[in-house]
Design a protein around this ligand. Structure first.
Ligand code: AMP
Length: 427
């Protein structure tokens, strides 16, 4: 598919040509046509997927440049994003005479923005607080707004802007078109979409992130030297039927497999230093369920599609949060549930935070199945204390009175599933 296949006018196509856009990205392919057909759209997509053009091209296509009133408004969580979206829009609008894009955001004098709005502009891109302020002062008028876009809705939610967003939507005309983009879909965002959008078409380009919700995630904070004891203990407690333990390096992978074997686990290593024949035989044994645990590197396990995997263990967290999602997506296939348990050292905290940000789902602390349930202080990464982590104290096995954490409603929506609170993490 090419951009010229959409009903976009020549000046827009020419600008896209200048920008080097040839073929639409997945989110663009899924949403541009829908928006041009006046449908409301929920787009589940992250930054970097091309969502700006996905909503801005249909906006530009329908703007009337001969009128100076605000005809479209885009709400963004941050000033940076608002400026970025406004800049990108100007690039797309380069050959459209008379189209003005006005960014408005907090942390800058309101007067300049008021003056700018007074001169007229068809598209406003702004942060919710400032937009609401301008609306309340009567400096921004949405009476002629035909399109409203909520960009990074989940971020606006987690930054506490959701009430402002709702207040802004109440001031936008009835019968307008609304598009909501969000990387994740916490319950509040689903609710917002249900209440504010009319029979929206949903376009999702991040299926793996969605999968995360079917997977029981747990984490355990450990000292680096306590990792082996911790994984040993977890493997014994969980007794997985089919598991992959991810290690970061080939050497670390082999060493871990050897160590676990010495401790009595039925494991095989799978990494790039092994010959193809050896790798194939490991895979055959794993698929045939003769070997329940693979210790693998990301590269070696690429393309490994086994439907019966019950557990993913992250002995080391990956450098990229997307890789985490990809790893844990190996379990929970075709409607099955799965468990993903990660060991996290203090040094790996930033990686954990990136993962939490990407998935939008809190990760409770792991403790041995079958132990009593008592509410823990919190479940987010930063709130985990040494007391939550048995492996930290030289990795003594979990004692009988150790408590199993209860999942608490997280800041980003606490999408707890029923049975989530006390069920052991075993598949
Ligand atoms: P966005 O997710 O909208 O921030 O876009 C991410 C990056 O991809 C930006 O640098 C865009 O300029 C670029 N981009 C978006 N759509 C396309 C496309 N269809 N072809 C080439 N580059 C694109």
């Amino acid at each position: 598919m090419r951009f010229s296949d959409f009903r976009l006018s020549e000046p827009i196509l020419r600008a896209l040509g200048d920008l080097g856009y040839e073929t639409p990205t997945a989110i663009q392919e899924g949403t541009i046509e829908m928006l041009l057909r006046d449908r409301d759209v929920v787009g589940q997509a992250q930054t970097g997927t091309g969502k700006t053009a996905a909503f801005m091209l249909p906006i530009l296509e329908r703007i009337d440049p001969t009128h100076r009133e605000v005809q479209a408004i885009v709400l963004c969580p941050t000033r940076e994003l608002a400026l970025q979206v406004a800049d990108a829009s100007r690039g797309f609008a380069k050959y459209l005479d008379g189209v003005e894009v006005v960014p408005v955001y907090g942390g800058a004098p309101i007067r300049e923005q008021v003056d700018r709005l007074a001169r007229g502009g068809q598209i406003v891109v702004g942060t919710p607080g400032r937009v609401l302020d301008l609306l309340q002062r009567g400096k921004l008028i949405l009476a002629d707004a035909r399109m409203v876009v909520l960009d990074e809705a989940d971020e606006m939610l987690s930054m506490g802007f959701i009430d402002d967003v709702r207040a802004i939507l109440r001031r936008a005309p009835w019968g307008r078109q609304t598009a909501l983009f969000s990387a994740t879909m916490p319950p509040e965002i689903r609710k917002l979409a249900e209440e504010e959008l009319h029979s929206p078409e949903t376009v999702s380009v991040t299926p793996e992130v969605v999968t995360v919700e079917r997977i029981e995630q747990r984490m355990l904070e450990v000292e680096p030297r306590g990792k082996l004891d911790a994984i040993d203990q977890i493997l014994k407690a969980e007794a997985p039927r089919a598991a992959i333990v991810f290690a970061r390096t080939k050497i670390g992978c082999q060493r871990l497999a050897d160590d676990l074997e010495r401790r009595g686990h039925r494991v095989r290593a799978l990494h790039g230093d092994m010959g193809q024949g050896a790798r194939d035989s490991v895979m055959i044994a794993f698929r045939a369920r003769r070997v329940p645990i693979l210790v693998a590197t990301d590269v070696a396990s690429r393309g490994l599609d086994v439907s019966h995997i019950t557990h993913i263990f992250n002995y080391d967290l990956p450098d990229e949060p997307e890789v985490y999602v990809h790893r844990i997506g190996r379990t929970g296939r075709v409607g099955r549930s799965g468990a993903a348990i990660s060991l996290v050292t203090r040094r790996e905290q930033p990686k954990l935070e990136a993962i939490l940000k990407l998935t939008g789902v809190p990760i409770p602390t792991w403790s041995a199945p079958g132990t009593a349930t008592v509410a823990p202080p919190a479940v987010t990464a930063m709130a985990v204390t040494a007391a939550d982590a048995p492996a930290e104290a030289g990795a003594a096995p979990a004692s009988a009175d150790e408590t199993r954490p209860r999942r608490r409603r997280g800041r980003r929506g606490g999408r707890g599933r029923s049975g989530d609170q006390s069920a052991p993490v075993s598949g």
